[in-house]
Design a binder for this molecule. Structure first.
Ligand code: MG
Length: 308
């Protein structure tokens, strides 16, 4: 099975020695390795009746590479641990592998190694490595009063897709697929770091929740301007068909793995990013995040799940 999912795959130059030996060897040009790991469990993080294996595989790689990008690093390699029940169809495993390789290729990284075991349910554990290419890592804690807050990538799409799937629909494909796998703007993490981003995070739990992490780590408060947030027409159409508020999806929907970052001024914000707010002095007991100057009182809480 391991031969079936690794044979014929092309490794990028950063994989100096790939699968087949006791361990892989990956180039670490910077001398520092950025690393992260994420575990996806069937029934908790994905459902094969909603997402074919290929899309689950893409998602497993994408969520990890998004964390590497959020440090301002360029991903270099991933390692994959896969547990499957013994009666899993070969098509399921090869579908997962195809999706993983497709996403890895999109980001220019190799799957340098991994392990496969049998278990009662499908569990996918991915470890990703990244290279800072001489830049400083961009932490969550660097935002300062007066910084502008900007975002890059899709927001609210996965939440819209979830709402569509939850009503038993399968289209429109663009919005539904956003729930099945994210499309993080990988190149933009390093671009933001190069442009002088002071803090950064990928939006996995929802814009308000994740900017809240920046606020907490940086001891600042953020005010987000709802009028500065872009709501794509396709998302607005889906929301109106379901009687939902698209702005609520944009503010609280997770799993899109867009980037949110702070910059020392508008002139530092790279092309392709949208300024959505500002960092202000944190109040002693006021909320650390406001929308148009007020605490947000949407009717649903942001997507919450266990994360390290
Ligand atoms: Mg993250």
């Amino acid at each position: 099975m391991i031969a079936a999912v690794t044979s014929g795959r092309v490794q990028p130059p950063s994989t100096l020695l790939g699968p087949g030996d006791d361990a892989a060897v990956v180039a670490a040009a910077d001398g520092r390795v950025v690393t992260t790991t994420d575990v996806l469990v069937q029934g908790v993080h994905f459902r094969f009746d909603w997402s074919p294996p290929e899309q689950v595989g893409r998602k497993a790689i994408a969520v990890n590479l998004a964390d590497i990008m959020a440090m301002g690093a360029t991903p270099t390699a991933v390692l994959v641990g896969l547990a499957c029940p013994g009666d899993t169809r070969i098509a399921t495993v090869s579908g997962l592998a195809d999706g993983m390789w497709a996403e890895a290729e999109r980001a220019g990284v190799g799957i340098a190694g991994g392990d496969m075991v049998t278990a009662e349910q499908v569990v996918i554990s991915v470890t990703a490595l990244g290279d800072l290419q001489g830049r400083d890592p961009v932490p969550r804690s660097g935002a300062r009063q007066g910084d502008v807050l900007a975002v890059c990538g899709r927001l609210g799409w996965a939440a819209g897709g979830l709402a569509v799937l939850g009503r038993g629909f399968r289209s429109p494909a663009g919005v539904v697929n956003a729930q099945r796998y994210p499309e993080p703007p990988y190149a933009q993490g390093p671009i933001a770091a190069q442009a002088g981003a002071t803090s950064m995070i990928d939006v996995s739990d929802g814009l308000l929740a994740d900017v809240g992490h920046l606020a907490e780590a940086s001891s600042v408060a953020f005010d987000i301007r709802s009028g500065w947030l872009r709501v794509d027409d396709r998302l607005a159409e889906v929301a109106s068909a379901l009687g939902a508020d698209p702005l609520h999806w944009v503010l609280t929907g997770g799993e899109d793995h867009a980037l949110a970052a702070t910059f020392p001024g508008k002139e530092h914000v790279p092309q392709g990013w949208t300024v959505v707010g500002t960092a202000e002095t944190a109040g002693v007991d006021g909320p650390s995040i406001t929308v148009d100057g007020k605490p947000y009182t949407g009717d649903e809480p942001g997507w919450q799940h266990w994360r390290s």
